[in-house]
Design a protein around this ligand. Structure first.
Ligand code: NAD
Ligand code: DAO
Ligand code: ZN
Ligand code: ZN
Length: 369
């Protein structure tokens, strides 16, 4: 079938709106009509050429919501008409990783997903007979896409697509890091580095679980008001701190934070986040994605003395199980998504969404089809 898509032909070039061809779903796959998709930093990272795994030409996009229109043979958990969110981290419920409660990183389709292909090793997308790569197993910058059944979360039908698409990445990444990865307890002291779309979701996750003190750290004072609305109790601008930021944060939290979250992708901040975690028990979670080849460092004695360093991908969420719950949290008014979606536009304006992100003018832009 013909579908409308934003195609990334090469790095550092604007996306091009094209009519491309999409093959129907094969065994274990479903065809989804995408109704809305967010534009995330990871799409921009890949488009910039900095992503060592980036493949071109490709249809980017990994933060969508839509409706199942057709299912291939052997699909059991989905049917036409189901409302869904695509998952760049699938959940097969059978692999060694899915069977281990310590991780959400299902590996069932990892080798082909990383090559921009469906699990059978081929692509469903083409343009004038030439293959286009899938992206993150989702390719949501198209009004129709094909996904493996295990990479699709079924959600309730009254949830608005243009809001809950954000649960496909940013919301789940931030809130999940608090709830599923760190398992922050009520009464905790939390420090969040970076108050962008991810950091704000960490903040509202921390508020939801009952953290007492939620410190936000950002070099942009313009982030303060929205972060306070989301639950931040103290704001720290590193540019205004005299002396060492770590010592300042340790003092502010009365000895260090129970949990810290790095939501920027800056390796210096990752070190500071680890070192302002409380001696003896503090945990620091890396969420930000650093540049290719960058490394982190600290003195090993920081770990010897009881600080824990860990990371979180997709918030530690198991998509088919946890994403529908997060949609419920939104529909029940437990979390705020509306104030984070600062721009809504049609596919034809998708390059403006990238510009707004680069200029720091948006939290999240959403494309509606
Ligand atoms: P963003 O650009 O919206 O926000 C980053 C914030 O950090 C901004 O408010 C900026 O002012 C602030 N900042 C920049 N430098 C700083 C510094 N030195 N000190 C303090 N604050 C600083 O980005 P985002 O959308 O919130 O994404 C954050 C990171 O999370 C990115 O690296 C992104 O790739 C990553 N990410 C990770 C996952 C995952 O699963 N682990 C998923 C999605 C995104
Ligand atoms: O299983 O090896 C693997 C890959 C897991 C991918 C998780 C990606 C999360 C971080 C990238 C940002 C996503 C938008
Ligand atoms: Zn993302
Ligand atoms: Zn699995």
């Amino acid at each position: 079938m013909d579908v409308r898509a934003a195609v990334a032909f090469a790095s550092q070039q604007p996306l091009s709106i094209e009519t491309v061809q999409l093959e129907g779903p094969k065994s274990g796959e479903v065809l989804i009509e995408i109704k809305a998709t967010g534009v995330c930093h990871t799409d921009a990272y890949t488009l910039s050429g900095a992503d060592p795994e980036g493949l071109f030409p490709a249809i980017l996009g990994h933060e969508g919501a839509g409706v199942v229109v057709e299912v291939g043979p052997n699909v059991r958990s989905l049917k036409p008409g189901d409302h869904v969110i695509p998952l760049y981290t699938p959940e097969c419920r059978e692999c060694e990783y899915c069977l281990n409660p310590k991780t959400n990183l299902c590996q069932a389709i990892r080798p082909t997903q990383g090559k921009g292909l469906m699990p059978d090793g081929t692509s469903r997308f083409s343009l004038n007979g030439k293959m286009l790569h899938h992206y993150m197993g989702t390719s949501t910058f198209a009004n129709y896409t094909v996904l493996p059944e295990i990479a699709v979360a079924k959600i309730r039908e009254d949830a608005p697509f243009e809001k809950v698409c954000y649960i496909g990445c940013g919301v789940t990444t931030g809130i999940g890091a608090v709830v599923f990865t760190a398992k922050v307890e009520a009464g905790s002291k939390v420090v969040v580095f970076g108050l962008g779309g991810i950091g704000l979701n960490v903040i509202q996750g921390a508020r939801m679980v009952g953290a007492d003190m939620i410190v936000g750290v950002d070099v942009n004072p313009g982030k303060r008001a929205l972060a306070e609305k989301f639950g931040m109790t103290h704001f720290v601008n590193p540019k205004e701190v005299e002396g060492d930021l770590v010592s300042y944060l340790v003092g502010l939290t009365g000895g260090g934070a129970d949990y810290t979250f790095e939501c920027v992708g800056n390796t210096q901040l990752m070190r500071q986040a680890l070192e302002c975690a409380h001696k003896g028990w503090g945990t620091s979670v890396i969420i930000g994605v650093a540049g290719a080849g960058e490394e982190i460092s600290t003195r090993p004695f920081q770990l010897v003395t009881g600080r824990n360093w860990r990371g979180s991908a997709f918030g530690g969420a198991r998509g088919r199980t946890d994403v529908p719950k997060i949609v419920d949290w939104y529909m029940d008014g437990k979390i705020n998504i509306d104030d984070l979606i600062t721009h809504v536009m049609p596919l034809e304006q998708i390059n403006e969404a990238f510009d707004l992100m680069h200029e720091g003018k948006s939290i999240r832009s959403v494309i509606t089809f």
